[in-house]
Ligand binder design. Structure first.
Ligand code: SF4
Length: 84
């Protein structure tokens, strides 16, 4: 179980490296939504998607499986747009 979680974390971290990071303020808004969600586990993983949310919330192109937060397009380092 722990090995599987480590693999999932490493995959998620690599996805972050491969993508443009979301600005800190917007990433924190996503994470705050997760922290109030009944699917958020005390280990910081989402029970639905299985992702480590402190990392996943940095990835602009991903979304919450319950659509509580949506993908965001990074136009440049200073500007973002919602993709919904
Ligand atoms: S990704 Fe969505 S379902 Fe998962 S913990 Fe965050 S808000 Fe909840």
């Amino acid at each position: 179980m722990l090995e599987k979680l480590k693999q999932k974390l490493a995959q998620t971290a690599q996805t972050v490296v491969d993508n443009i990071k979301l600005p800190e303020e917007q990433r924190n808004q996503r994470l705050e939504i997760c922290k109030t969600c009944d699917q958020f586990h005390s280990t910081d993983f989402c029970k639905l998607c299985g992702c480590y949310m402190p990392v996943k919330t940095y990835i602009p192109s991903v979304s919450c499986p319950q659509k509580k937060w949506l993908p965001i397009a990074v136009v440049n380092s200073d500007k973002t747009e919602n993709l919904d």
